[in-house]
Design a protein around this ligand. Structure first.
Ligand SMILES: [Zn+2]
Length: 277
């Protein structure tokens, strides 16, 4: 398992300063968010793109890109067109900065009058179009579990697997731990079920009621169970710490990192290979 960090924790810092700070903390995997100052796909400057590429080259960084947080399954006008523009804009920006993958959200019904099948169809349209742009540039898509409550599209972890089947070929899965508990899913069980396609995990915590994006271990999530599950499979994906500034900023990232590593150490099985003894 690799551990990375999202610039989300350092907002409202400028994207370039946030990435430099994360690189200085020793992380190689960095999530860039289109909501971070200086990184909106409509206004980002060539200078910012150049500086992000220079930081990646200098520190060996691997970027993933998170589009603006909008409802992928929006079927209402005028939001619908803007959602597609946000996603395609994010895919193009990912190509400019050399990101390896981009996050796509499942989305939710725009209202109780919208049939679930129609909302799902819209989400898949947006993802397909984003995929066309992304794949032409060699960028992968990661489908993330999002949204709960009566407008949700997913009833069970298996529904995400079924949705992936309808996404562009090669789409991988992203387990968001905080969203999973709000959906009533067990993160460790999601990891087990999604393991063959699981590329990344968004690591953050909450108390079961709101999407708080707290530091790892500051809420109700059973990290021991999740990390043990990942260790059992010798999972090689990225555990991306995705907390908000109020959850401690750089200090919250550090605390989350330590707790993940401690859980990993406790889950380690003794090795009976004679060379290890
Ligand atoms: Zn997430």
């Amino acid at each position: 398992m690799k551990i990375g960090a999202s610039v989300l924790a350092l907002e409202p810092m400028h994207i370039v300063d946030a990435v430099r700070d994360i690189a200085d903390m020793g992380y190689k995997h960095v999530e860039l968010c289109c909501s971070t100052p200086g990184f909106d796909y409509r206004t980002v400057t060539g200078d910012t793109v150049d500086r992000l590429k220079a930081l990646a080259a200098e520190h060996g960084l691997i970027y993933t890109l998170h589009p603006h947080v909008v409802n992928t399954a929006d079927t209402y006008e005028p939001g619908k067109a803007l959602v597609q523009a946000h996603y395609v804009g994010a895919a193009r920006l990912a190509a400019r900065v050399g990101a390896k993958s981009i996050v796509v959200h499942v989305g939710y019904r725009s209202g109780t009058d919208v049939e679930r099948a129609r909302a799902l169809e819209r989400s898949l349209e947006v993802i397909a179009k984003t995929g066309e742009v992304a794949y032409a540039e060699g960028i992968g898509l990661m489908l993330e579990n999002t949204d709960w409550g009566e407008l949700r599209l997913l009833d069970s972890p298996a529904d995400l697997l079924a949705m992936r089947e309808q996404c562009p070929k090669g789409t991988r899965l992203l387990l968001d731990t905080g969203h999973a508990v709000l959906q009533g899913f067990n993160p460790a069980e999601c990891a087990e079920l999604w393991m063959p396609h699981l590329a990344e995990i968004h690591a953050h915590d909450n108390h079961g009621g709101n999407d708080e994006h707290l530091a790892v271990g500051d809420g109700i999530i059973d990290w021991e169970a999740l990390v043990a599950e990942l260790a059992t499979h010798s999972w090689t994906g990225v555990m991306m710490i995705e907390i908000i500034p109020e959850a401690g900023g750089a200090e919250g990232i550090k605390r989350s990192d330590e707790r993940i590593k401690n859980a990993l150490a406790r889950s380690a099985r003794p090795c009976y290979n004679q060379h290890c003894q």
